[in-house]
Unconditional design. Sequence first.
Length: 273
Amino acid sequence: MSQHPIAKTEAVTLRISPFSNTSQVVTWLTPDYGKIATVIKGALRPKRDYAGQYDIGYRCELLFYEYAHNGLHIFKECTALDNRRACHGDWRRTAVISYLCRLAADATPDGAHIPELYHLTDDALRTLAQTPPPHDLLMLWYELHLLELLGISPHLRHCTLCKDHLPPEAGALFSAELGGVVCDACAPHRQESAARRLTPDLLALLRRWQRAAAFAPLRGVPLDASQRDALCQTLRHFLSRHLDTAPECRAIAFQMAVMQVRKAATERPSAGG
Ligand SMILES: [Zn+2]
């Protein structure tokens, strides 16, 4: 292997798959090389070298030989820089990690060089570890920004049919198939079972989130369970129409988050005491 140059980069572990009885293929998202896959030989042996240094969602320092055979690089070594310790043993956060990493792995095209996607993913995972649940809004914020970085952002400001600007106080029909909102003049001509009405407050919220580079200021937005569900379903339709990714992994992560919202609502003491 020594004839090949060694590359060193930060990387988020996106996916781990068995490769043989003793080896694994690990898919990483990196700021410098995009999405790459490495073979880790001996990863499944009882006495393995890098136990605890990488797992789904970890941020690592990765060294690999810059030579790919059938799309697979040869791993050299890695060190965990952030193992998301606060998420360990927390099944709700673990479900979110699984979903975000699965989405990033499925959605990032091979060979695409989008450093911002690495930073977005690492930022979302760090925020997940640092903020209390529920994390459904964090997932929605991540999805919106991932779509933007991939160049398939939903159109929320102009009608996708007539291109007219939609005033901020207006609600609109949201068509996953057309890729965004449809104004009231065009809506009656639109036949689409999955299209759904976005109320003015939810449309304004999505627009604001689309512009918000950081998630932290959005956390305090008061939303009830039905509003959260409407946002979740709107983006679910959009993602399933525009990306080839696993919907069941998303459904589990959101179900757990919504359970948390409902639990908090029932535990809250009533206004009358
Ligand atoms: Zn229109």
